[in-house]
Structure formats: structure tokens, C-alpha cells
Design a protein around this ligand. Structure first.
Ligand code: HEM
Length: 452
């Protein structure tokens, strides 16, 4: 039972400050009433600017503890010794959302982690799907527009998404994830997290390795099918936020293991795909998951706005020993988060308590990537040399169990049959290029929807 706000009894205790200043009992309110003015002005100003994307979110606090020293691979001080503990903040979010978007609607879920290390703040700003639609940040605004309501009707319009996908063959792999059950979930405690982009770890000898981050939920993975997701969206649009909050409030710890995949940059020459292409995963057989440590979330925020909403995550918040690679998406991300935060939170966003870091921030302390690396070449605007848009989409389709394949086919067909004829043909062509059977099954299922 919550504490009684008025233990003395009586329903409406007199609060003198709750009255405006008037001329006599019946007269008008005075313009000089600075208290009234300030209270109303505070009210209209208190709603801050929302994030450009990932608007709806929820957060938790906790600790990260290393299993073993990563000294051989990185100078990052917080990863040098076994058992070392670092405070963390996580903000989970819905990539394309407003504050009312149902948690269970098909979406990419954000998984942004801030490590408050003794050397400064380090962020892994990832999602719950290991790949993305595009490999060049130049097309990010177009991607978000395709997933957003129609500018004409302000209503959801799947046709816009399928037209976009028709011009985005590299998004076929992402489609096989987002339109599987992984795209619909009721609990972030049961989803994986991925850094997606390729990062670089540098050790004390200056050796560089490519890195991909993985968060594994220790409580196991759980997803919903389309029907379950729709029912839950109607019952409780905040199902995933509530699930996390209630678990923590009931004293249940929420745990994820951080693993990394490592690659020698020289492998880029022999691989059939480009390891700096974020539409690709790396085979876990060739590049096994190496456990780094465990994150335990055990605390709800006491004040959502100041402890979570004002957090300014960025993939460019790095510590010595961890760098950005030349991945073209990551390069675009490297500056736009801070730009967004200067607008959203003001030029002093790094001074807001949740963003302060040990020793303070200064441009001199900023970790820039590739110090000492020789780089040369002609200026170009071009796609990567090895786009290979379909191989991994086919592998992903074939890796799914029969019932997961069936639902993937049905989820795609249930929307694609409503798209323009040209978009349908393009997307079916991409699915067939990934796996001939996949394309045929989606085409056949679309025919069934058209007959209904
Ligand atoms: C692999 C691709 C990407 C991933 C995994 C990703 C992930 C995220 C996540 C998790 C957030 C929410 C952070 C939070 O909770 O505060 C976020 C916010 C944001 N992202 Fe991305 N993103 C990606 C690509 C991009 C690209 C290419 C751009 C633009 C070039 C971009 C621009 C933004 C912006 C402007 C915000 C809001 C930042 C703020 O106001 O604090 N993202 N992203």
C-alpha cells in the first residue's frame, strides 16, 4: 500500500501556494503573479525534444563484471582484469516508434549500453537483430521514412516499406530476421543484443582486430508469433516495458553475457563478403563467440527522465583500446548522435548527470580511430566491392526450423500481396535469389491471400 499523503485526515488539505494572486476575492489574476507564471511555464517547457528515432524506451541500471582479462586483444582498462566491475546503464527502445507504439508490434528493438569506466564512458549502441537494411549511412533517412507513417495520410502504409525494399536488395537478409518471430517480442529480458557494426580492438602492441559484439540473455530467448503479438498489443501496449520493470521491482536480476567475435583484418581479402558490411553476420564456426563478462541489471530508475531519457548514447563514446572501423554505416553514426544530442539536450549534454564521465570530458580526451594507420586512395562514391546481397539471406532461411520458416513466409506474404505489382516482383526476385524455394513459397502464399 502506498504511504498516505495526508496522514492528518481530511480530503483537501489547504495548500496556500495553490492559489493565484487576485484583486480581491472575485477580481482578475494579476500579471505580476510570478509564481503562477513560473508554474505554468515550467509545465509547458518540461517536455523535452524526443529522439529522432528510438523514441519509445525504458531503462535499467546494473553492473558489468569481466570473466577474464582481454589484455591480449585490447588496451581497454575496464577489460584488463578478471572480476573487474563497471557500473552500467541500459536503454531498451523501439527503433521506429512514438511513445504509444505497442512494444509487441514488429520492430527493431534498440539495446544501448553505457559502461561508466574509470577512463570515461564507453557505449555499445546496438539492436536486437544482428544485421541492418543498408550498409551506407547515406540511406538512413530514406530507411526511417519508409518505415514511418505516410506523410500524406499520417497512417501506417506498408506499401511504402515494400517499395523501399524493392530498391534495397541488400535488405533481403534483414527481412529474414525482422519478418521472422524475432521481429515480435514481449520481453527484452529474453532477446539478444548485437553491436551490428564492426568495431576495432587494439592491444598494447598496437595489433588491431575487427570485433562484433553479442549480448546473450541468460534467461534464454523468447519471441511471439504475429497473432500473439497483435493480441498483446491490444491488451498491453507497454508489455515489454512492464515486464522489465516488474521483474526488477520484484528483485529478479536480468542477466546478459557479453561475447565478442574477433577477426584478423587480413581475412577481408579472402572472405566472399566484406566484414565491414553490416548486412552480414560472421560464421560462429569460423569466428567463435568469446565470452567477455556478464551484465546484471538489478535496479529500476527512480526518475526516468534524468536517469534514462537524458542519456546521450553514441557509438563514438569510446575508451582507449576500442575504435571504430571504416564500416560506412558506423562512420555515419560516428558524428550524428552527438549532433542529435546537441539539439535534443543542448550544447552541454555531456554535463547532464547521466552523461558525466570520470575525469570530465574534453576534446583532447576523445578517442579517435585509426591513429597511425596508413590510409590512401581516390575519392569515390561507390558501393562496396563484394556486395553479395543474397547468400546469407538464403542461409538464414534454410537454418530455420519448419514452423519458423512457415511463419516467415506467411508474415511476408500477408503484407507483400498488398504492395505495388512492381515491388512484389522485385522482392520475390530477391527472395528467389536467396533461395528458390523461399521465393516460390511466398508467391504461392500471396496468391492465397489474394483469393481471400
Ligand atoms: C547498425 C545501425 C544502427 C543501430 C544498431 C542503431 C541503434 C540505435 C539505438 C539503440 C538508438 C537509441 C539509443 C538510446 O536508447 O538512446 C539510436 C538512436 C539514434 N540513432 Fe541509431 N542506429 C543505427 C544506425 C543509425 C544511423 C545510420 C543513423 C544516422 C546516420 C542513426 C541515427 C540515430 C539517431 C539520430 C539517434 C537518436 C540519438 C539521440 O537523440 O540520442 N542510427 N540508434
Amino acid at each position: 500500500m502506498p504511504p498516505d499523503p495526508n496522514p492528518g485526515g481530511g480530503c483537501a488539505p489547504a495548500v496556500p501556494g495553490n492559489h493565484s494572486q487576485t484583486v480581491g476575492d472575485d477580481g482578475p489574476v494579476l500579471v505580476q503573479d510570478g509564481i503562477l507564471h513560473e508554474r505554468l511555464e515550467t509545465f509547458v517547457h518540461q517536455k523535452g525534444i524526443e529522439r529522432a528515432v528510438h523514441t519509445k524506451g525504458y531503462g535499467a541500471l546494473g553492473t558489468f563484471q569481466t570473466y577474464q582479462s582481454m589484455r591480449e586483444y585490447t588496451k581497454a582498462a575496464f577489460l584488463q582484469g578478471a572480476g573487474r566491475r563497471t557500473k552500467v546503464l541500459v536503454r531498451f527502445s523501439l527503433a521506429v516508434s512514438n511513445r504509444g507504439t505497442p512494444d509487441t508490434a514488429r520492430n527493431v528493438h534498440g539495446f544501448a549500453t553505457r559502461f561508466y569506466t574509470d577512463e570515461g564512458n564507453f557505449d555499445i549502441v546496438g539492436n536486437h537483430i544482428p544485421v541492418f537494411f543498408i550498409r551506407d549511412a547515406m540511406r538512413f533517412p530514406e530507411t526511417i521514412a519508409a518505415l514511418s507513417p505516410s506523410p500524406q495520410s499520417n497512417l501506417a502504409d506498408p506499401g511504402r516499406f515494400w517499395d523501399y525494399l524493392a530498391r534495397t536488395p541488400e535488405g533481403t537478409h534483414m527481412l529474414t530476421w525482422l519478418y521472422s518471430d524475432v521481429g515480435t517480442l514481449a520481453s527484452v529480458r529474453h532477446m539478444r543484443g548485437f553491436g551490428i557494426n564492426t568495431f576495432v580492438w587494439v592491444n598494447a602492441e598496437g595489433r588491431r582486430r575487427y570485433i562484433k559484439y553479442h549480448w546473450i540473455p541468460l534467461a534464454g530467448e523468447e519471441y511471439l508469433d504475429r497473432q500473439q503479438a497483435g493480441e498483446l498489443a491490444a491488451k498491453d501496449p507497454d508489455a515489454a516495458a512492464r515486464d522489465l520493470y516488474d521483474a526488477l521491482a520484484n528483485g529478479e536480476a536480468v542477466e546478459y553475457e557479453l561475447c565478442v567475435q574477433m577477426m584478423d583484418p587480413c581475412d577481408a581479402q579472402t572472405l566472399p563478403f566484406d566484414p565491414l558490411d553490416d548486412t552480414k553476420v560472421w560464421s560462429e564456426e569460423s569466428y567463435p563467440l568469446i565470452p567477455v563478462g556478464k551484465m546484471t541489471l538489478d535496479q529500476n530508475p527512480e526518475d526516468y527522465k534524468t536517469q534514462v531519457e537524458q542519456a546521450a548514447f553514441s557509438p563514438a563514446n569510446l575508451v582507449e583500446g576500442i575504435e571504430l572501423s571504416a564500416d560506412k554505416m558506423l562512420q555515419g553514426r560516428s558524428f550524428i548522435y552527438w549532433d542529435a544530442q546537441r539539439r535534443r539536450l543542448g550544447p552541454d549534454f555531456r554535463g547532464i548527470p547521466v552523461n558525466r564521465q570520470q575525469g570530465g570530458w574534453s576534446p583532447q580526451k576523445m578517442v579517435t580511430s585509426g591513429q597511425g594507420l596508413p590510409v590512401a586512395g581516390e575519392l569515390v562514391r561507390a558501393d562496396i566491392q563484394k556486395p553479395d546481397d543474397f547468400t546469407q539471406a538464403g542461409e538464414r532461411y534454410r537454418s530455420l526450423s519448419a514452423d519458423w520458416q512457415e511463419r516467415l513466409v506467411d508474415n511476408i506474404a500477408s503484407e507483400l500481396y498488398l504492395a505495388s505489382q512492381s515491388a512484389q516482383e522485385c522482392v520475390l526476385g530477391y527472395l528467389s535469389a536467396a533461395d528458390a524455394g523461399f521465393g516460390e513459397r511466398v508467391r504461392a502464399r500471396m496468391e492465397e491471400y489474394k483469393q481471400k
